[in-house]
Design a protein around this ligand. Structure first.
Ligand code: NDP
Length: 480
């Protein structure tokens, strides 16, 4: 028993993670249901470090030193459950099973409880960065016990991405906390991508710019506070020319956005926790609308009237508008992150997790899809205690929002007149205006609720619960 860590499941993700582990001096036991994948990994990459290939799961477990640490990277759902149980049958108290797949955090909570009852540790670990991240350094979000973290820390720190020299991995909290935070990361990723897409659409259809030209704009934006992986790859995608037709590649890609479910989970969970995550929600719905092929085709046949973009503008005004879009993107992005962090805060309360939000922001600075320069500002804000209620209230972000505010309004107003949908720009602005409003029309809603359902209301000028007898002549108010 020599291996200090093992990987089960050697498809794209598992193979990359094993190689990353071996390249960083770990002794890595590897197992796959079909041995052919194991053979392939050893044949092609066996010289990258020390691997211990196993033909059976028993052989795999026997090759691990204690406490045994096994990372599962098999298909999500039933196969993951099967593998957890098979491993638990062969392991001993104190051993650690890590599920590094994209599991739903409530499944992780259940699995952790079941495995803990058997005396073993179960760690749900969110991993971001895709196949390339798994190989070159992902951002990792492990949950589970403090005790298991002691064993996992040096292993995971050895393979994680590094941001300004710091490993992009930290113990997020107990049981499902890691998978929860990974889920919100993906939700934020949806809103980031949608905001970039809305900016592109405004330039493309609103200003009639070519994809390459817009790619240049994103390249410039990547030198500002928007500096991020997603802005960088957007510029590359927009510069890509299709080999077959010679057209910009983006023009020959079908405009139906796919999704695998983590964005939907983020919104479902936010609804359960009653936390408005409008940025993420609208981003998920926008993908949904794009993929409703039949509905969209029928809408085309209806030939609805209205503007469809492309407006003539003098050069100076165009440049000013492009700048407005950048400001609106930044402000909306801050709102989406503020909402995402609010969801984490609410879940931490609900599920009794002790989550260090500054640390979460820090480990998102490298390896993951939403990695961005401005996460430094977010971790600073949480560290200073300025963002406990909302990121929007931390001085740096408050200032950024106030600077962007006019541009943001101009962009949303213009998008509406152009007939270009900007669901995340506009809903983020609505959220901000909702927060700013001293009084909301919620008072009227309370009146309506009391009218039809006797749901009662509170008064601004005295304590207590009130109900109006709406059907009585003279509309008597009674105190309950
Ligand atoms: P797949 O999701 O395609 O799963 C294939 C692997 O699962 C193979 O090793 C396969 O073994 C194994 N497997 C399937 N069914 C069983 C079973 N019943 N018993 C045992 N093994 C089984 O692999 P990926 O590498 O794409 O993804 C692995 C995990 O990582 C998934 O949970 C996925 O959601 C997650 N993921 C995470 C990403 C991220 O960025 N964090 C990106 C992509 C995936 P065999 O070769 O024998 O068929």
């Amino acid at each position: 028993a020599e291996a200090n860590v093992g990987v089960v499941g050697l498809a794209a993700m598992g193979a990359s993670l094993s190689r990353n582990l071996a390249r960083h001096g770990n002794k890595v036991a590897v197992f796959n249901r079909h041995y052919s994948r194991t053979e392939k990994l050893i044949a092609e990459h066996g010289d990258e470090g020390q691997f211990f290939p196993a033909k059976t799961l028993k052989e795999f477990v026997d090759s691990l030193s204690k406490p045994r640490t096994a990372i599962i990277m098999v298909k999500a759902g039933a196969p993951t459950d099967e593998m957890i149980n098979d491993l638990a049958d062969l392991m001993e108290p104190g051993d650690i099973i890590v599920d590094a797949g994209n599991s739903y955090f409530k499944d992780t909570i259940k699995r952790e409880k079941a495995i803990r009852a058997r005396g073993l540790h179960f760690v749900g670990c969110g991993v971001s960065g895709g196949e390339e991240g798994a190989l070159l350094g992902p951002s990792m979000m492990p949950g589970g016990t403090e005790e298991s973290w002691k064993t996992l820390k040096p292993i995971l720190e050895s393979i994680s991405a590094k941001a300004e020299g710091e490993p992009c991995v930290t113990h997020i909290g107990s049981d499902g906390a890691g998978h929860f935070v990974k889920m919100v990361h993906n939700g934020i990723e949806y809103s980031d991508m949608q905001l970039i897409a809305e900016s592109y659409d405004l330039m493309r259809r609103g200003l009639g710019m070519e994809p390459g030209e817009i790619g240049d704009v994103f390249e410039e934006w990547n030198k500002t506070e928007l500096d991020s992986y997603l802005i960088e790859i957007t510029s590359e995608v927009l510069h890509e020319v299709d080999k077959k037709t010679g057209k910009p590649l983006v023009d020959v890609i079908v405009d139906h956005a796919g999704m695998k479910g983590t964005g939907t989970w983020t919104v479902q969970t936010a609804l359960e926790l009653a936390v408005p995550v409008t940025g993420i929600g609208e981003a998920v719905f926008a993908r949904g609308l794009s993929s409703q092929g039949e509905l969209r085709e029928e809408a085309q046949r209806q030939n609805f009237e209205g503007p469809t973009g492309s407006v003539e503008m003098p050069l100076e005004e165009r440049q000013a508008f492009v700048n407005d879009i950048r400001e609106a993107l930044y402000a909306s992005k801050i709102v989406a992150y503020a909402q995402g962090f609010n969801e984490i805060t609410a879940a931490a309360k609900e599920y009794d997790w002790n989550i260090d939000l500054a640390a979460v922001a820090r480990i998102w600075r490298g390896g993951c899809i939403i990695r961005a320069k401005f996460l430094n500002r977010i971790s600073d804000a949480f560290e200073a205690g300025d963002a406990n209620v909302s990121l929007l209230f931390a001085p740096y972000f408050k200032d950024a929002i106030e600077t962007a505010e006019r541009s943001w309004r101009r962009v949303v107003a213009r998008a509406v007149t152009f007939g270009i949908p900007v669901p995340v720009f506009s809903s983020s602005l609505a959220y901000f205006d909702g927060l700013r409003s001293k009084r909301l029309p919620a008072a009227l809603i309370q009146g309506q609720r009391d009218f039809f359902g006797a749901h009662t209301y509170q008064r601004v000028d005295e304590p207590g619960t009130f109900h109006t007898l709406w059907a009585e002549p003279g509309r008597k108010e009674i105190t309950l």
